[in-house]
Design a protein around this ligand. Structure first.
Ligand SMILES: [Fe+2]
Ligand SMILES: [Fe+2]
Length: 226
């Protein structure tokens, strides 16, 4: 039994948006993801930290979800900025039931439990996209707090799509939430290619930060704990 996490699979089995245009780092990436996810067994849990599918709606993302559902273990999906297919948890559940997908669930305004841990998360906020948009920031901070509160007394592992910090940037409102709820670990995605070198990893305050974007991890999910 193990907990794994990876972000930014950017699956494009139906949508015509192959990441291979971004060069050798993404060459043959569907096959490399397939190999990377082959570590999963029935008792494992995988967090998908956003930008999972390029599909613009559920029908266009169906092949990507079928691909993911074929691997054993539970998968929790967090929203990324490119998950245009994103919908309510109820609609996603109904879609999965209709298609016979049994291992996929969205993590949104809630938390899940893994052993003694609470798994929390949300998309997060990034100045790159929503500069000075206080409304968007506040909404994301509220979503994050809803998720963190749902953890109760359990120690928290938090998964965000957007990095709450990287070289030259911090999101104080998100970092304050991580501190308030004594988050043990925060994994984030979104950084690709040249921006990977600006990642900040390791301990800051009570929280250990890690980048888990797929190209950074070489398409092999990061083992978070047993
Ligand atoms: Fe992203
Ligand atoms: Fe991405």
């Amino acid at each position: 039994m193990a907990l794994y996490a990876i972000g930014d699979l950017h699956l494009s089995l139906t949508a015509n948006k192959s990441m291979e245009v971004f060069g050798p780092a993404w060459e043959n990436y569907h096959a490399r993801i397939e190999e990377g996810l082959s570590v999963l067994t029935e008792d494992d849990t995988l967090i998908l930290a956003g930008d999972t599918s390029w599909g613009i709606d559920l029908p266009e993302a169906e092949a990507d979800f079928r691909f993911l559902d074929r691997f054993p273990g539970k998968k929790y999906l967090i929203k990324g900025n490119h998950d245009y297919w994103w919908t309510t948890a109820a609609k996603f559940r109904a879609f999965c039931t209709e298609k016979g997908f049994t291992t996929l669930e969205v993590l949104h305004n809630n938390c899940a439990f893994y052993g003694d841990y609470a798994l929390c998360g949300t998309r997060g906020w990034f100045m790159e996209e929503d500069a000075h948009n206080v409304k968007v920031l506040n909404r994301e901070v509220m979503r994050l707090e809803t998720s963190l509160k749902a953890a109760g007394e359990k120690p928290i592992l938090c998964f965000l799509h957007y990095p709450p910090l990287y070289q030259g940037y911090q999101c104080p409102e998100i970092l304050a939430m991580l501190e308030k709820y004594h988050v043990e670990r925060c994994c984030y995605g979104h950084l690709h290619g040249p921006t990977i070198r600006r990642r900040m990893e390791g301990q800051q305050g009570e929280t250990v930060f890690s980048l888990i974007s797929a190209d950074y991890l070489g398409f092999t999910p990061k083992k978070i704990c047993d």
